[in-house]
Design a protein around this ligand. Structure first.
Ligand SMILES: C[S@@+](CC[C@H](N)C(=O)[O-])C[C@H]1O[C@@H](n2cnc3c(N)ncnc32)[C@H](O)[C@@H]1O
Length: 305
């Protein structure tokens, strides 16, 4: 509740979105993305704590591997969907009229399982016990991720359905129009031991007009105004990321996104006073994230004196 009223309302922001205008703080430039050298530590040396509000450019598993245990209160992440396969016909058009054909999204099925198990194991290690882990997926990959989470005996809290009222029509007319994605909400503990995970029930109820929030969230595709710093083929809308952040994290929490893309999780965390840490492999996507967060801070905070 406190989080919501701390922000002034402006007309172009819809109910449920947090107004980014916060003139109680001064502008602090966002640090440039850094590469974490692989050979900076001797083998067997202690793990290190990542810097707060920092984007790391590099491979997720290699980078996480160097960080200390139980550092993050929560992880919110959107891994590759494994849909850019070589196949005949049209590739699957993603959320914003952009088709994913990138190398980062190309795996064989066994490779994808090995990759998913590797990063999820590392995410569980660096996230606190009973911390929340939110993972995005579509029907292409969410069952694989869910099966791996089940094998790890992780407690599923909810499966949230993000439904897109303005989804792109299916031009083949041979199937239903794909207009949803799932967000798997896990608690970082076994089914038996999971307890006391963060759930901001009252804030969610407030966002849903005083009724209990359901697990079916209707939120439009990423608007153009959120793409002015460059395009990412699977950029998530800030309204969705803010809702997740408000649902499962608290002010001051350390939040990880280990597949940061264009920085939507990181920007939502920055707006809502969480300490964010991101990992992203691609130089251009790192640059987009940096521009987005820095530009917004510059606009919404008091100028440097
Ligand atoms: C689905 S996108 C995330 C999009 C993000 N949620 C946004 O709103 O912009 C997945 C991202 O993971 C990155 N990626 C894929 N494999 C990676 C790896 N092994 N290490 C680090 N980043 C990786 C891709 O470059 C891509 O930007």
């Amino acid at each position: 509740m406190v989080t919501m009223v701390a922000f002034k309302q402006r007309k172009e922001w819809q109910p449920g979105e947090v107004d980014p205008l916060d003139l109680t703080k001064s502008y602090e430039p966002v640090a440039e993305p850094v590469r974490q050298g692989r050979l900076t530590r001797a083998p067997g040396a202690d793990k290190i704590a990542p810097l707060p509000n920092q984007l790391y450019q590099g491979d997720t598993v290699e980078t996480l591997n160097q960080w200390e245990d139980k550092y993050f209160h929560a992880t919110i992440t959107d891994p590759p969907y494994n849909i850019a396969r070589d196949r005949k016909g049209l590739s699957w058009a993603f959320s914003s009229h952009v088709t994913i054909e990138n190398e980062w999204d190309r795996y064989s099925s066994p490779e994808y399982e090995v990759f998913t198990a590797a990063w999820l194991k590392e995410v569980c290690r660096v996230t606190k016990e009973n911390g929340n882990i939110f993972i995005f997926g579509s029907y292409h990959n969410i069952y694989t991720i869910g099966a791996i989470a089940a094998r790890m005996d992780l407690r599923v809290i909810n499966s949230i359905i993000w439904t897109k009222p303005n989804a792109q029509p299916n031009i083949t007319c041979r199937m239903l129009t794909e207009s949803t994605e799932q967000i798997l909400w896990l608690c970082n503990n076994t089914n038996k031991k999971a307890k006391n995970w963060t759930f901001n029930y009252d804030i969610m109820k407030q966002l849903n007009g005083g009724k209990q929030m359901r697990n079916y969230w209707e939120i439009p595709l990423t608007p153009q105004r959120e793409r002015v710093h460059g395009k990412h083929p699977s950029q998530k809308p800030l309204k969705l990321m803010e809702r997740l952040m408000l649902c499962g994290t608290n002010q001051g929490d350390r939040v990880l996104d280990c597949f940061a893309g264009s920085g939507s999780t990181l920007l939502a965390a920055d707006r809502l006073d969480r300490k964010w840490v991101g990992i992203e492999r691609d130089t251009e996507y790192c640059a987009i994230s940096h521009r987005r967060i820095d530009d917004e801070r510059r606009q919404r905070r008091l100028p440097l004196r």
